[in-house]
Design a protein around this ligand. Structure first.
Ligand code: NAP
Length: 284
């Protein structure tokens, strides 16, 4: 039997509607309008499209959007000065710097300069550390979305064998921390992992964030597994595809499509993080 589809588009739309309702309440009861600043450096077409989409959804949720565009040749000092101004601006509750940044800029230094309370991407070392030791934190949007998608079909992940393929700071590592917090038994696989098909075959929950088109083959899937495909790649024919081949759907119980799975959740989670940051800053 083929897998059921986890419909990220619909789940993300529901979450955006919930965020918008909470924004209306905050505004009516506390006069508080959450604000998100997205900083775009340079002219990269894909980054510009992401930023437009983030801005559109921010406004649709009733929040303020402050887009900040800087030329590709901007110096690190100028970018850090902008971050400093956004940190100090009480109308801005969330700050996101669109990655990648041009080579003259040290992305780590820029991320570290963001006020951790406004770090809605959850990339600041303080938030990453808090997540790692089980303290409340702002958590990266894509892994948060992966957990929410999983829990729509399996409310308790306790005791499940979870395998995460990929160990980036943006997806794999924080996702593994979140799974641990859900009491799953977690394995992180990466480019040096031996026998990766056998490792994947152990997974009740398989998360793939390797950035390799259709790398995970159908026969790497444990029958009945839940498969969350984070990958966004172009295959040899130039078609958008995930990190998991479509044949995986023959063995999985549930699977996310690409597009329409994890992708829409990332922006919905960004709105949820901005709302959370605004509420925390307002309460402080
Ligand atoms: P990344 O920084 O390039 O990290 C990729 C990870 O996968 C690394 O840890 C790497 O291992 C591992 N890897 C690469 N090739 C592998 C292989 N053959 N076998 C096992 N592991 C392998 O990528 P990322 O930023 O995490 O993104 C991963 C994918 O998710 C990309 O396709 C990206 O476009 C997509 N993505 C989607 C969203 C969304 O919203 N839908 C958001 C973020 C990312 P090493 O550490 O050993 O090098």
């Amino acid at each position: 039997m083929g897998a059921h589809i986890i419909d990220g588009k619909t789940i993300a739309a529901d979450l955006r509607a919930k965020v918008a309702a909470e924004v209306r309440r905050l505004c009516a009861e506390h006069g508080l309008i959450p604000g998100l600043a997205v900083v775009l450096v340079g002219e990269d077409a894909a980054s510009a499209a992401y930023v437009r989409s983030k801005s559109r959804h921010t406004i649709a949720a009733g929040m303020r959007s402050f887009d900040q565009k800087l030329p590709a040749g901007v110096s690190q000092r100028e970018l850090l000065a902008l971050i400093g101004r956004l940190n100090a601006d009480p109308a801005v509750h969330g700050i996101l710097v669109q990655l990648p940044l041009p080579p003259q800029i040290d992305a780590k230094a820029v991320i570290a300069a963001i006020d951790p309370e406004k770090d809605v991407d959850g990339f600041h070392p303080l938030n990453a550390g808090r997540l790692a030791i089980g303290l409340p934190a702002l958590v990266p949007c894509t892994p948060l979305g992966c957990i929410l998608l999983t829990k729509t079909v399996l409310p308790s992940l306790a005791g499940c064998e979870a395998v995460v393929v990929g160990r980036s700071n943006i997806v794999g590592r924080p996702l593994a921390q979140l799974l641990l917090a859900e009491n799953a038994t977690v394995t992180i696989a990466h480019s040096r992992t031996r026998q990766i098909p056998a490792v994947c075959r152990r997974a009740d929950l398989l998360y793939v964030a390797a950035g390799r088109a259709e790398m995970v083959r159908g026969d790497w899937i444990k029958p009945g597994a839940i498969v969350i495909d984070v990958g966004m790649n172009r295959n040899a024919e130039g078609r958008l595809c995930g990190d998991v081949e479509t044949a995986a759907a023959e063995r999985a119980a549930w699977i996310t499509p690409v597009p329409g799975g994890v992708g829409p959740m990332t922006i919905a989670m960004l709105l949820a993080n901005t709302l959370k940051a605004a509420e925390l800053q307002d309460a402080a």
